[in-house]
Design a protein around this ligand. Structure first.
Ligand code: NAD
Length: 419
């Protein structure tokens, strides 16, 4: 059992790192370097609001690592964003890129705000000013943002335009998750969910669970949760429960996921009130006796408090950091097979990488090519992590971290320390 982490995502990230690093013979210098973010930028900036006033916002951008290439990671607009959270998520991005063998380091950025309370014009003003403030770090060669909670393709379009105006020419490769019209990649919008679905199938194969009719519960029904749910339904699973911030819905016979999505899109992005099903709470969803539980909302969903109640055989972490290390121990003791976030949700950054490559060379692939390359990378990564897990007798998270930390540490050793 590791030390209690008090739920801070950064403490969780460090604890996960320490747990895996214990299996590697890293020098103390490399170990400390990997525990610390490479650089952090805090900005305060004014935004013109619709009533003519100026409101001051704070923004963050953290680079955890640039050892293996440009830093890459999402931008979050959410009231709870803190610098510490960004540190954790930047670190997770470093490991995620290394697990799937993509030549990036990890980054994350965000602005504490509630985007649902901003008008479209205010959101655009905030985004353009934040992008201007972090432009000292951002570039196609240096740091490439992408959507995360509270941001989307439109936000990426504004960032791409703001950056391009500064440069004097269009620079599509400075962000990923852009609209297709601006050089976005086919398949990117659904890539995280598609990848999570591929990982669920691999996990079920490994655990001897039949795909046809396997029951699934999905927490969070946004850019990750919704495609995870409908791809699993397409592949023959029965999605029995879905939730969002307002609560969940349950039908033991299975939900029509695309119909639920249509309903949510017409009802304030919420499944709340969907007809003909039972209403359940998020806590009840987590405790359902399903084959697969996919936490796809926010960090710290599964803690030492609710982990004992989890009855799923497989947990696939669509969200970043949904399980605390204390909860990991409890799930492991119960024999739950956990596909960790750095593997389960790596489909997003993988297709972001494809988008960046396409943007740099102005040559675009078709969707079957994208999806086939995604599947190949995800399945190979799953196999690599599973091999380490079985070889060393550790869980999939520790195995993924061992693979990733070793990869980044070796890259650092080859580069050497400058000067
Ligand atoms: P999103 O904003 O599109 O969706 C978030 C969903 O979670 C919404 O349905 C929201 O209602 C729900 N939610 C929020 N708080 C909740 C709570 N307390 N309980 C239950 N549900 C809650 O965000 P997203 O892009 O889908 O990201 C979700 C998670 O996946 C985050 O952890 C994010 O970092 C991670 N992630 C996203 C991507 C991506 O490509 N978007 C890639 C990798 C990882």
């Amino acid at each position: 059992m590791v030390n209690a982490t008090n739920g801070s995502p950064y403490q969780v990230a460090l604890s996960q790192f320490d747990r895996a690093a214990a299996h590697l013979s890293l020098s103390s210098g490399v170990r400390e370097m990997l525990r610390h973010p490479r650089r952090e930028l805090i900005v305060s900036f004014p935004v013109r609001m619709d009533d003519g006033s100026e409101q001051i916002f704070t923004g963050y951008r953290v680079h955890h690592s640039t050892t293996r290439g440009p830093s890459k990671g999402g931008l979050r607009y959410h009231p709870d964003v803190t610098l510490d959270d960004m540190r954790a998520m930047a670190m997770w991005m470093t490991w995620k890129c290394a697990v799937v063998g993509i030549p990036y380091g990890g980054a994350k950025g965000g602005v504490p705000c509630d985007p649902t309370q901003l008008s479209r014009c205010e959101l655009e003003n905030l985004t353009r000013r934040y992008a201007t403030e972090i432009a000292v770090l951002m570039s196609p060669e240096g740091d490439i943002p992408a959507p995360d909670v509270g941001t989307d393709a439109q936000v990426m379009a504004w960032i791409m335009d703001t950056y391009s105006m500064r440069r004097g020419y269009s620079t599509p490769a400075v962000v990923t998750g852009k609209p297709l019209e601006l050089g976005g990649s086919l398949g990117r919008a659904e890539a995280t969910g598609r990848g999570a679905a591929y990982m669920t199938i691999e996990a079920m194969k490994h655990c001897g669970i039949r795909l046809e009719g396997a029951t699934v519960a999905v927490q969070g029904f946004g850019k990750v949760g919704a495609p995870t749910a409908y791809f699993l339904e397409d592949m023959g699973c029965r999605v029995v429960a879905i939730s969002d911030i307002n609560g969940g819905i349950y039908n033991p016979r299975g939900l029509d996921v695309r119909d639920v999505l249509r309903y949510a899109q017409e009802n304030g992005n919420s499944v709340f009130g969907y007809p003909g099903v039972d209403a359940i709470s998020n806590e009840e969803l987590l405790a359902l006796g399903v084959d697969v539980l996919a936490p796809c909302a926010l960090e710290n969903a599964i803690t030492s408090r609710n982990a004992p109640a989890i009855r799923a055989k497989v947990v696939v972490e669509g969200a970043n950091g949904p399980t605390t290390p204390e909860a990991d121990d409890i799930l492991s003791d119960k024999g739950v097979f956990v596909v960790p976030d750095v593997l389960a949700n790596a489909g997003g950054v993988t297709v972001s990488y494809f988008e960046w490559v396409q943007g740099l060379q102005y040559f675009f692939w078709n969707e079957p090519e994208i999806n086939a390359r995604l599947r190949e990378i995800m399945v190979r990564s799953f196999d690599n992590v599973l091999r380490i897990s079985q070889g060393k007798g550790v869980d999939m998270r520790v195995a993924a971290y061992i693979l990733a930390i070793d990869c980044v540490a070796r890259a650092h050793q080859l580069r050497g320390t400058h000067p």
